[in-house]
Design a binder for this molecule. Sequence first.
Ligand code: 5FU
Length: 259
Amino acid sequence: DRKKRSFESRTSVTNHPLARKLFEIMSSKKTNLCVAADVTTSAELISLAEKVGPHICLLKTHIDILTDFSKETVESLKELAATHNFMLFEDRKFGDIGSTVASQYSGGAYNIVDWAELVTVHGLPGDGIIKGLMSAINGRPRGCVLVSEMSSSGALTSQEYVSGCCKIAENHTYFVIGFVSQSNVSSDPRFILLTPGVQLDKSVDGLGQQYVTPRAAVLERGADIIIVGRGIREAEDPEAAAIKYKEEAFSAYLERIEA
Ligand code: 5FU
Protein backbone atom coordinates (compact mmCIF):
# COMPACT_ATOMS: atom_id res chain seq x y z
CA ASP A 1 0.00 0.00 0.00
CA ARG A 2 1.43 3.35 -1.12
CA LYS A 3 0.48 5.25 2.02
CA LYS A 4 2.32 2.89 4.34
CA ARG A 5 5.61 2.85 2.48
CA SER A 6 8.61 5.13 2.88
CA PHE A 7 9.74 7.25 -0.06
CA GLU A 8 13.07 5.46 0.16
CA SER A 9 11.49 2.02 -0.24
CA ARG A 10 9.36 3.25 -3.16
CA THR A 11 12.50 4.24 -5.08
CA SER A 12 13.02 0.62 -6.06
CA VAL A 13 9.43 -0.11 -7.18
CA THR A 14 9.36 2.48 -9.94
CA ASN A 15 11.39 2.25 -13.09
CA HIS A 16 10.86 5.86 -14.06
CA PRO A 17 14.20 7.68 -13.57
CA LEU A 18 12.52 10.93 -12.49
CA ALA A 19 10.21 9.23 -9.99
CA ARG A 20 13.34 7.63 -8.54
CA LYS A 21 15.12 10.98 -8.49
CA LEU A 22 12.16 12.61 -6.73
CA PHE A 23 11.94 9.84 -4.10
CA GLU A 24 15.68 10.22 -3.49
CA ILE A 25 15.42 13.98 -3.09
CA MET A 26 12.50 13.61 -0.68
CA SER A 27 14.33 11.01 1.42
CA SER A 28 17.67 12.78 1.54
CA LYS A 29 16.39 16.34 2.05
CA LYS A 30 13.54 15.15 4.27
CA THR A 31 11.02 17.25 2.43
CA ASN A 32 7.75 16.57 0.66
CA LEU A 33 7.07 20.23 0.01
CA CYS A 34 6.49 21.69 -3.44
CA VAL A 35 6.33 25.48 -3.61
CA ALA A 36 4.02 27.07 -6.19
CA ALA A 37 6.12 30.00 -7.42
CA ASP A 38 3.29 32.02 -8.92
CA VAL A 39 5.12 35.35 -9.30
CA THR A 40 5.13 37.65 -12.30
CA THR A 41 8.78 38.70 -12.71
CA SER A 42 11.97 36.69 -13.21
CA ALA A 43 13.65 38.53 -10.33
CA GLU A 44 10.88 37.52 -7.92
CA LEU A 45 10.96 33.95 -9.23
CA ILE A 46 14.73 33.59 -8.77
CA SER A 47 14.63 35.26 -5.37
CA LEU A 48 11.84 32.96 -4.16
CA ALA A 49 13.66 29.88 -5.52
CA GLU A 50 16.82 30.93 -3.66
CA LYS A 51 14.93 31.30 -0.39
CA VAL A 52 12.89 28.12 -0.50
CA GLY A 53 15.30 25.98 -2.56
CA PRO A 54 16.95 24.21 0.39
CA HIS A 55 13.54 23.17 1.75
CA ILE A 56 11.67 21.84 -1.29
CA CYS A 57 11.67 18.79 -3.52
CA LEU A 58 9.89 20.57 -6.40
CA LEU A 59 9.51 24.13 -7.61
CA LYS A 60 6.22 24.47 -9.44
CA THR A 61 6.01 27.24 -12.01
CA HIS A 62 3.38 28.90 -14.19
CA ILE A 63 5.97 30.19 -16.61
CA ASP A 64 3.38 32.01 -18.74
CA ILE A 65 2.55 34.50 -15.97
CA LEU A 66 6.04 36.02 -16.12
CA THR A 67 6.08 39.44 -17.80
CA ASP A 68 9.78 39.18 -18.64
CA PHE A 69 10.46 35.53 -19.49
CA SER A 70 13.84 34.87 -21.11
CA LYS A 71 16.27 32.01 -21.61
CA GLU A 72 18.32 33.44 -18.75
CA THR A 73 15.36 32.95 -16.42
CA VAL A 74 15.36 29.21 -16.98
CA GLU A 75 19.17 29.03 -16.92
CA SER A 76 19.11 30.58 -13.44
CA LEU A 77 16.33 28.25 -12.34
CA LYS A 78 18.24 25.21 -13.62
CA GLU A 79 21.35 26.32 -11.72
CA LEU A 80 19.38 26.78 -8.51
CA ALA A 81 17.71 23.41 -8.97
CA ALA A 82 21.15 21.78 -9.29
CA THR A 83 22.63 23.68 -6.34
CA HIS A 84 19.76 22.97 -3.96
CA ASN A 85 18.72 19.60 -5.37
CA PHE A 86 15.13 20.20 -6.39
CA MET A 87 13.29 19.60 -9.64
CA LEU A 88 11.51 22.04 -11.97
CA PHE A 89 7.83 21.31 -12.42
CA GLU A 90 5.84 23.38 -14.92
CA ASP A 91 2.14 23.37 -14.12
CA ARG A 92 1.15 23.75 -17.78
CA LYS A 93 -1.94 21.53 -17.49
CA PHE A 94 -1.71 20.42 -21.10
CA GLY A 95 -5.22 19.57 -22.29
CA ASP A 96 -5.37 19.28 -26.07
CA ILE A 97 -4.92 16.65 -28.77
CA GLY A 98 -1.53 14.95 -29.05
CA SER A 99 -0.36 16.88 -32.10
CA THR A 100 -1.09 20.26 -30.50
CA VAL A 101 0.43 19.49 -27.10
CA ALA A 102 3.62 18.28 -28.81
CA SER A 103 4.07 21.79 -30.26
CA GLN A 104 3.07 23.49 -27.02
CA TYR A 105 5.58 21.37 -25.08
CA SER A 106 8.59 21.83 -27.31
CA GLY A 107 7.91 25.06 -29.15
CA GLY A 108 6.59 28.55 -28.63
CA ALA A 109 8.27 31.10 -26.42
CA TYR A 110 8.83 28.78 -23.47
CA ASN A 111 10.19 25.50 -24.89
CA ILE A 112 8.98 23.80 -21.71
CA VAL A 113 10.43 20.38 -22.51
CA ASP A 114 13.90 21.90 -22.56
CA TRP A 115 13.95 22.87 -18.88
CA ALA A 116 10.98 21.37 -16.96
CA GLU A 117 11.63 17.78 -15.97
CA LEU A 118 8.00 17.41 -14.94
CA VAL A 119 4.76 18.92 -16.24
CA THR A 120 1.06 18.61 -15.43
CA VAL A 121 -1.34 17.08 -17.93
CA HIS A 122 -5.14 16.69 -18.03
CA GLY A 123 -6.47 13.20 -18.76
CA LEU A 124 -9.52 14.68 -20.50
CA PRO A 125 -8.35 14.17 -24.13
CA GLY A 126 -7.48 10.50 -23.54
CA ASP A 127 -4.07 8.88 -23.84
CA GLY A 128 -3.16 10.48 -27.18
CA ILE A 129 -2.05 13.42 -25.08
CA ILE A 130 0.65 11.25 -23.51
CA LYS A 131 1.79 10.00 -26.89
CA GLY A 132 1.89 13.57 -28.23
CA LEU A 133 4.02 14.81 -25.34
CA MET A 134 6.30 11.79 -25.56
CA SER A 135 6.90 12.52 -29.24
CA ALA A 136 8.57 15.81 -28.23
CA ILE A 137 11.02 14.65 -25.56
CA ASN A 138 13.75 13.41 -27.87
CA GLY A 139 15.35 10.96 -25.49
CA ARG A 140 15.53 13.37 -22.55
CA PRO A 141 14.37 12.10 -19.15
CA ARG A 142 10.96 13.71 -18.74
CA GLY A 143 7.74 12.85 -16.95
CA CYS A 144 4.28 14.09 -16.17
CA VAL A 145 1.72 14.22 -13.42
CA LEU A 146 -1.93 13.68 -14.38
CA VAL A 147 -4.44 16.11 -12.91
CA SER A 148 -7.01 13.61 -11.64
CA GLU A 149 -8.85 15.89 -9.20
CA MET A 150 -8.76 19.63 -8.61
CA SER A 151 -8.83 21.61 -5.39
CA SER A 152 -11.35 24.16 -6.61
CA SER A 153 -14.97 24.09 -5.57
CA GLY A 154 -17.30 22.51 -8.10
CA ALA A 155 -14.51 20.66 -9.92
CA LEU A 156 -16.02 18.31 -12.51
CA THR A 157 -13.65 15.42 -11.80
CA SER A 158 -16.05 12.55 -11.05
CA GLN A 159 -15.08 9.10 -9.77
CA GLU A 160 -15.34 7.82 -13.32
CA TYR A 161 -12.96 10.53 -14.52
CA VAL A 162 -10.49 9.67 -11.76
CA SER A 163 -10.51 5.98 -12.66
CA GLY A 164 -10.00 6.90 -16.32
CA CYS A 165 -6.92 8.91 -15.31
CA CYS A 166 -5.64 5.94 -13.29
CA LYS A 167 -5.96 3.71 -16.36
CA ILE A 168 -3.97 6.16 -18.47
CA ALA A 169 -1.27 6.29 -15.80
CA GLU A 170 -1.06 2.51 -15.48
CA ASN A 171 -0.71 2.13 -19.24
CA HIS A 172 1.99 4.81 -19.52
CA THR A 173 4.27 4.38 -16.52
CA TYR A 174 7.28 5.29 -18.63
CA PHE A 175 5.94 8.87 -18.68
CA VAL A 176 3.32 9.32 -15.94
CA ILE A 177 4.86 9.43 -12.45
CA GLY A 178 1.76 10.33 -10.44
CA PHE A 179 -1.29 12.47 -9.92
CA VAL A 180 -2.48 15.83 -8.77
CA SER A 181 -5.24 14.75 -6.43
CA GLN A 182 -7.42 15.59 -3.46
CA SER A 183 -7.93 12.02 -2.25
CA ASN A 184 -6.25 8.64 -2.22
CA VAL A 185 -6.74 8.08 -5.96
CA SER A 186 -4.15 5.27 -6.14
CA SER A 187 -2.60 2.81 -3.71
CA ASP A 188 0.09 1.87 -6.25
CA PRO A 189 3.45 2.75 -4.60
CA ARG A 190 4.93 3.71 -7.96
CA PHE A 191 2.66 6.74 -8.25
CA ILE A 192 3.35 9.98 -6.42
CA LEU A 193 0.32 11.97 -5.23
CA LEU A 194 0.62 15.75 -5.16
CA THR A 195 -2.02 17.81 -3.40
CA PRO A 196 -2.54 21.56 -3.92
CA GLY A 197 -4.95 23.69 -1.92
CA VAL A 198 -2.84 23.63 1.23
CA GLN A 199 -2.63 26.52 3.66
CA LEU A 200 -2.46 26.88 7.43
CA ASP A 201 -4.36 30.14 7.96
CA LYS A 202 -7.11 30.14 5.36
CA SER A 203 -9.85 27.82 4.13
CA VAL A 204 -10.84 29.57 0.87
CA ASP A 205 -9.49 32.36 -1.35
CA GLY A 206 -12.74 33.84 -2.65
CA LEU A 207 -12.12 32.58 -6.21
CA GLY A 208 -12.91 28.91 -5.77
CA GLN A 209 -9.71 27.70 -4.15
CA GLN A 210 -10.26 25.48 -1.09
CA TYR A 211 -7.56 24.77 1.49
CA VAL A 212 -6.73 22.02 3.93
CA THR A 213 -3.80 21.91 6.35
CA PRO A 214 -0.57 20.04 5.53
CA ARG A 215 -1.49 17.36 8.09
CA ALA A 216 -4.95 16.84 6.60
CA ALA A 217 -3.49 16.70 3.08
CA VAL A 218 -1.02 13.97 4.06
CA LEU A 219 -3.03 12.01 6.63
CA GLU A 220 -6.60 12.36 5.33
CA ARG A 221 -6.20 13.07 1.61
CA GLY A 222 -3.30 10.70 1.01
CA ALA A 223 -0.87 13.30 -0.34
CA ASP A 224 2.77 12.33 -0.78
CA ILE A 225 3.71 15.92 -1.65
CA ILE A 226 1.93 19.10 -0.62
CA ILE A 227 1.83 22.06 -2.99
CA VAL A 228 1.84 25.44 -1.26
CA GLY A 229 1.70 28.82 -2.98
CA ARG A 230 0.35 31.85 -1.18
CA GLY A 231 0.78 30.30 2.27
CA ILE A 232 4.52 30.59 1.73
CA ARG A 233 4.89 33.30 -0.90
CA GLU A 234 2.78 35.86 0.91
CA ALA A 235 4.21 35.12 4.34
CA GLU A 236 6.31 37.85 5.93
CA ASP A 237 9.28 35.48 5.86
CA PRO A 238 8.83 32.96 3.00
CA GLU A 239 11.85 30.91 4.01
CA ALA A 240 10.59 30.52 7.59
CA ALA A 241 7.15 29.64 6.23
CA ALA A 242 8.66 27.04 3.89
CA ILE A 243 10.43 25.43 6.85
CA LYS A 244 7.18 25.36 8.81
CA TYR A 245 5.17 23.76 5.98
CA LYS A 246 8.01 21.32 5.28
CA GLU A 247 8.19 20.19 8.89
CA GLU A 248 4.40 19.84 9.21
CA ALA A 249 4.11 17.81 6.02
CA PHE A 250 7.15 15.61 6.62
CA SER A 251 6.20 14.78 10.20
CA ALA A 252 2.69 13.88 9.02
CA TYR A 253 4.29 11.59 6.42
CA LEU A 254 6.48 9.93 9.07
CA GLU A 255 3.41 9.44 11.25
CA ARG A 256 1.59 7.86 8.32
CA ILE A 257 4.29 5.32 7.45
CA GLU A 258 4.94 4.44 11.09
CA ALA A 259 1.26 3.98 12.00
F1 5FU B 1 -4.26 21.22 -10.27
C1 5FU B 1 -4.30 22.20 -9.40
C2 5FU B 1 -5.38 22.28 -8.49
O1 5FU B 1 -6.27 21.44 -8.44
N1 5FU B 1 -5.35 23.31 -7.59
C3 5FU B 1 -4.36 24.24 -7.56
O2 5FU B 1 -4.39 25.15 -6.73
C4 5FU B 1 -3.29 23.14 -9.36
N2 5FU B 1 -3.30 24.14 -8.44
C5 5FU B 1 -2.16 25.09 -8.45
O3 5FU B 1 -1.55 25.09 -7.16
C6 5FU B 1 -2.53 26.52 -8.75
O4 5FU B 1 -2.41 26.76 -10.13
C7 5FU B 1 -1.50 27.30 -7.95
O5 5FU B 1 -0.31 27.42 -8.70
C8 5FU B 1 -1.20 26.41 -6.76
C9 5FU B 1 -1.96 26.75 -5.50
O6 5FU B 1 -1.61 28.02 -5.04
P1 5FU B 1 -2.12 28.60 -3.63
O7 5FU B 1 -1.57 30.00 -3.62
O8 5FU B 1 -1.49 27.73 -2.56
O9 5FU B 1 -3.61 28.56 -3.62
